[in-house]
Write a new protein. Structure first.
Length: 191
C-alpha cells in the first residue's frame, strides 16, 4: 500500500527522517525474541529493520495472537483475510486490547502507522510497552524492563512547611544584590 504513494519532500521528508531515526534495531531484537518466547514462532522475514518488521506484523494477526496469549480472550476474533480493511480491524483490536491490558493510550499507535508503514518506531514502542507491562504484572520473560510501581510519599504538615522555607539551588542567590539605582519601567533616565 505504501508503495503506491509519492515520495515525500520538504518538511514531510524531514519529519519522516526524524521518525525513522527513532527506530532501534536492538529493541526490535528483543521484540522478536518476545514473540518467539510467547508464541513459539519467529517473525518472518527474519532480517531486522523497520520494513521487515512491517511485513511481519502488518496484517495484525501475530499481534492479536500475542495479546491473546498474554491476556486470553482479549481479541475475540482474528481475521486472516488479505483485505486491507480486515487487517486494519485486527490492528485496531490489538490497540484496544493494549489499553485494556494497562498500556497507556499515549503509547499506542495509529492503525496507519503499521498497515501503511508510516511510523514503525511508534509501533515498536507500543509493543515494547506491552512487554514491560507484562513484566510488571508478573509475566515470566527475559525481555523488556520492569516498570516501577508508584512511590507515593505522605509528609506531615511540619515537614511540608519546612520545605516551603528552603530556597532551592536552582533559584540561585542574590549575593547581596539589591535594586538600588533601578528605575521603574517607563521613567526616563537622568544623566
Amino acid at each position: 500500500m505504501a508503495a503506491n504513494r509519492a515520495e515525500k519532500s520538504g518538511l514531510s521528508r524531514e519529519a519522516q527522517r526524524k521518525m525513522q531515526a527513532k527506530y532501534d534495531t536492538s529493541t526490535e531484537e528483543q521484540i522478536r525474541g518476545f514473540f518467539q518466547e510467547q508464541l513459539g514462532v519467529q517473525l518472518e522475514p527474519l532480517e531486522l529493520g523497520p520494513n521487515n518488521l512491517h511485513k511481519a506484523l502488518k496484517d495484525g494477526v501475530k499481534l492479536c495472537e500475542l495479546i491473546n496469549k498474554i491476556q486470553p480472550g482479549a481479541v475475540k476474533s482474528i481475521s486472516s483475510s488479505a483485505m486491507t480493511f480486515k487487517q486494519m480491524e485486527n490492528v485496531s483490536k490489538f490497540n484496544e486490547a493494549l489499553k485494556a491490558y494497562g498500556v497507556s493510550e499515549a503509547s499506542t499507535f495509529q492503525t496507519a502507522d503499521l498497515v501503511e508503514n508510516q511510523d514503525m518506531a511508534t509501533v515498536q514502542n507500543a509493543i515494547w510497552q506491552l512487554i514491560c507491562q507484562f513484566r510488571k504484572k508478573g509475566g515470566n520473560t527475559k525481555y523488556g524492563i520492569k516498570i516501577a510501581d508508584k512511590n507515593e510519599r505522605d509528609f506531615d504538615e511540619e515537614t511540608m512547611k519546612k520545605g516551603q522555607s528552603v530556597i532551592g539551588l536552582q533559584m540561585g542567590s542574590n549575593k547581596g544584590a539589591s535594586q538600588t539605582g533601578m528605575t521603574a519601567m517607563g521613567t526616563q533616565r537622568k544623566l
